[in-house]
Design a protein around this ligand. Structure first.
Ligand SMILES: NC(=O)c1ccc[n+]([C@@H]2O[C@H](COP(=O)([O-])OP(=O)(O)OC[C@H]3O[C@@H](n4cnc5c(N)ncnc54)[C@H](OP(=O)(O)O)[C@@H]3O)[C@@H](O)[C@H]2O)c1
Length: 192
């Protein structure tokens, strides 16, 4: 059994990922979020639910303890969150983290709105963790699975990606966490 915790489980992409993973017999999902009333997805009764704040280090550390994979789907003060996540994982000896960042974080000049994403990404990359960082393009609600990835250092491609595509790729990493270790990938719809 693989223990997986989703931080920010009320988020849009997190809900799609939960939908995909909730019926997998080899995965025990823990949903970590500030307000459990914001869930309301089919099947969440099979998940552990923890109400907590990623900015509260003690709550986070307690939740991360015993997990095999941390998937962070957050917004807000991402740099402070990333620092807490790294520290909590180091102190509980949890290695694998999937962190959702954004397209455009290596652009010069950097758009102010993307600064938290860049800082958080730098924090995760500077850690010893087995991270996979994803830098998605802008989300659509298209009911399609169609994506490609680019590596760090390559020009980012495309302008959009369906939420379903991004969630599908995240679920794939969770199912095969030995893949994409210490990778920082752009992800987009081809030819978009
Ligand atoms: N929209 C786009 O086109 C686009 C493109 C590229 C990247 N992104 C980024 O990709 C990420 C995932 O997107 P999304 O649409 O799934 O995001 P989202 O729906 O905004 O979800 C983010 C989640 O973070 C949670 N959160 C915020 N502060 C928290 C805290 N202190 N403790 C615990 N949880 C906290 C929020 O929970 P609450 O319910 O408690 O507020 C929210 O559910 C986001 O960072 C987003 O900005 C978005």
């Amino acid at each position: 059994m693989k223990n997986v915790i989703i931080l920010g489980a009320s988020g849009n992409i997190a809900k799609h990922v939960t939908d995909i993973l909730v019926n997998k017999n080899d995965i025990q999902l823990t949903l970590f979020l500030r307000n459990a009333k914001r869930l309301g997805i089919n099947g969440v009764s099979k998940c552990h639910i923890i109400e907590g704040d990623v900015l509260n280090f003690n709550q986070l550390k307690e939740a991360v303890k015993g997990q095999d994979i941390v998937y962070a789907n957050l917004s807000g003060d991402l740099e402070a969150m990333a620092k807490n996540i790294v520290k909590a994982m180091e102190e509980t000896d949890v290695k694998k983290v999937i962190f959702i960042s954004s397209i455009g974080i290596y652009d010069v000049p950097l758009k102010p709105v993307l600064k938290p994403y860049r800082k958080a990404t730098d924090v995760i990359e500077a850690s010893e963790l087995e991270y996979t960082i994803l830098r998605p393009t802008w989300f659509t609600s298209a009911n399609e699975i169609d994506y490609e990835t680019t590596r760090k250092g390559q020009p980012e491609k495309g302008s959009v990606i369906s939420q379903k595509s991004l969630a599908t790729f995240i679920a794939k990493i969770i199912e095969s966490p030995e893949k994409y270790i210490r990778e920082n990938l752009g992800i987009n719809k081809p030819n978009s």
